[in-house]
Design a protein around this ligand. Sequence first.
Ligand code: FRU
Length: 499
Amino acid sequence: MNPRQEPAMHAALLEQAHRAIEKKLPGRGDVYRLAYHLAPPVGWMNDPNGLVYFRGEYHVFYQHHPYSAQWGPMHWGHAKSRDLVHWEHLPIALAPGEAYDRDGCFSGSAVVMDDVLYLIYTGHTWLGAPGDERSIRQVQCLASSTDGVAFSKHGPVIDRAPEPGIMHFRDPKVWRRGEQWWMALGARQGDAPQLLLYRSGDLHHWTYLRCALQGQRESDGYMWECPDLFELDGCDVFLYSPQGLNPSGYDNWNKFQNSYRMGLLDDRGYFSEGGELRELDHGHDFYAAQTLLAPDGRRLLWAWMDMWDSPMPSQAQHWCGALSLPRELSRNGERLRMRPARELAALRQSQRTLAIGVVESGNCILAERGALLEFELTLDLAGSTAERFGLALRCSEDRQERTLVYFDAMARRLVLDRQHSGAGVSGARSVPIAKGQMQIALRIFLDRSSIEVFVDDGAYSLSSRIYPSPDSVAVMAFAVNGSGGFGQASVWHLADLHL
Ligand code: FRU
């Protein structure tokens, strides 16, 4: 191919995508539009990609289909922020169309080398019928930008899997380790998942190192999507999105999960596990999480705040998909802790202190009204006799519509129940509360179509999409069969940033 044709073709494809966005924008419906979470201007969004800090700004890319609110040939959408709160949408960074990425620029990561921003992504091609996952070709590709806005493609840098039998082979995560660049890839060998590692001196030439970890179909699923590998507080974390886990007890009820293992990655590329596989977030909608290292040393994480095959009522309004709030990761013994990024305090508009006190069964208390809220409150388990007690959020006047966050004393679990949370969604998710624990500290973020609950300073989190009607805004404290004690609570109305 004439090398000069390629940039011209890419530019034309980007131009075409931008025209499609401009055309759709005036018709977009905003009842479910999020106020302070990143979502695509129009069209479809899935995984966060290429999280990176470049010349004083955070850049977030994402899997994007600008032509419709359904998944389709993947582009890389792009936004940036100085403060993790205010985001500016930028032109689409990557459009599919070359022989090697004809059917999609799939997920990947970004790094900065010599003040140039590099994107490393999976070029995807359907070899049979579009959508037939039994016959695909995936290669790992490089693109770069000197201004952080316009990207040139360099083509595949890894054009075949290291072993025969691997067809699913994607989502490169690249990071610096010592004098080398390292790359982690998720792969599927037969019906078993693998974590593959490569190394490079210059991002253009890669050498296969080894399979760092091999999973078993029964316990680990069949494919590990979107791997990430990073050092955190003295250990290495392998973060990934396993496909094919079976539900068990309270776990794994989403179509796919977001999981992690803690261990140690040695210089030869062996990952030795130190603990068991754990779920990262326990809500209905959390997948494909990725991290970046902030300049102050914090490990920040974003996930796609949806799930494959979830009901997505905003599709009828020409957009769908959102990213979770950015979260700060830290180590909590054998587990990870996720706290909302501290910068998010800038969203707070006005504070009110709530003295809810003790709520008796059948005697709901109206605590607040609002759709864009943050709460900090404790549930006092010690003096409470109720079978369950907590908050009903986004309640309609007749209370038929409601999203519940409550302590279930019989199961000793903190529950997020979206059975009556509006259009499309249903079901409940929960996390365990230890025996003997006297109170539960909750931090809750409500946006127009999402809820994120952080339990006990981020020891657990539950993130789910909800689609209540815009006038369902009451917040009630409730208790069932007995009394429920609420400690001091703070509530903030949050800014509508029209992201
Ligand atoms: C995860 C995923 C990735 C893939 C991308 C395609 O949600 O399936 O493995 O690169 O989405 O959009």
